[in-house]
Design a binder for this molecule. Structure first.
Ligand code: HSE
Length: 307
């Protein structure tokens, strides 16, 4: 094989209660990347469209991952890539993760001894470190495994793929401001109250249980974040209004997607998702701030080979 084109999905990390440990992949938006095998060793970025990202192979999340993989696999060939960003960096939808995970997945197709999904996640985490300074796994694991994932442990890395209830649908609004993950992490406390920890881990347990049992009421009750959201929501204009109106319109829950500013709402079924979409849209239209929105099913398979 000399050429490959893939779709790397956007992802929603944290999912309210699961800071740095829960995430899911979406279907509606993502990046497209192409990979061309070259006889010259190493990695080259030939084109980036849709966002202003570095061409320096050590600073770009995708090429940094590819360079590391080719070197560790002792590949006797190189890879030239193009990246078409389908959504903006700084959106909270796992932009650097899509690039890093897409890179790991794509290059793997060219290797004779392929890496496992867990190993690909580790390579992609290196890309996250290059892009935002922290080797976070929730977005990249969701992009690579697809569906809903739980990062059960970082040391050693353990990722568990969770089931996705059939009717689960996500509505998201991306207010047109950018928040750097680094900045959104800087506002977080280093210590938390035991009572908050109890609430949070009980909700993670409830959310995971609800995915296995298709219990939408339990899912709704568990989509609560008492630790991270209170500190980050001030970075997102009209967060409380969007959340309240989404819940009033029937959303199961709503919260910050990853490090924001995208706000996600989970809904049961398409009809409910459309109602929630309208409620969020009319809330934000009054603010004068530009925004983009989408409705999506949860993407069960993660990466897709296009050709
Ligand atoms: N879990 C991460 C965070 C996701 O919330 O900071 C962003 O990469």
């Amino acid at each position: 094989m000399d050429y490959l084109k893939i779709f790397a999905p956007a992802t929603v990390a944290n999912v309210s209660c699961g800071f740095d440990s829960l995430g899911f992949a979406v279907d509606a938006i993502g990046d497209e990347m192409t990979f061309t095998k070259t006889s010259e060793k190493g990695v080259k970025i030939t084109n980036i469209t849709g966002a202003d990202l570095p061409y320096d192979v050590d600073k770009n999340a995708a090429s940094a991952v590819i360079k590391k993989m080719l070197s560790e696999a002792k590949a006797d060939f190189g890879i030239a890539i193009t990246i078409h960003k389908g959504f903006s960096p700084g959106s909270g939808l796992g932009s650097s993760a899509a690039s890093a995970a897409g890179a790991a997945f794509g290059v793997n197709q060219f290797l004779t001894k392929q890496y496992s999904l867990l190993e690909l996640t580790k390579f992609a985490m290196f890309g996250e470190e290059v892009a935002c300074g922290s080797a976070i796994a929730d977005n990249v694991a969701a992009a690579i495994y697809g569906g809903f994932v739980l990062v059960r442990s970082y040391e050693p890395l353990e990722v568990i793929k969770l089931p996705v209830p059939e009717a689960l649908t996500v509505v998201a609004i991306h207010p047109q401001i950018a928040i750097k993950t680094k900045d959104a992490r800087a506002v977080l406390p280093t210590e938390i109250a035991l009572q908050d920890a109890v609430t949070q881990w009980a909700n993670v347990g409830g959310l995971v249980t609800s995915l296995f049992t298709n219990d939408y009421d339990l899912l709704s009750n568990s989509l609560v974040d008492v630790i991270v959201e209170p500190f980050r929501k001030g970075l997102i204009p009209f967060f409380d209004e969007v959340k309240t109106n989404a819940l009033n319109a029937g959303a199961l829950g709503a919260g910050i997607s990853g490090s924001g500013p995208t706000i996600f709402a989970l809904c049961k079924g398409e009809k409910s998702a459309k109602d929630v979409y309208k409620a969020i849209e009319s809330t934000y239209k009054k603010t004068g701030i530009g925004f983009e929105m989408f409705i999506s099913k949860i993407n069960p398979e993660g990466m897709k080979i296009i050709k």
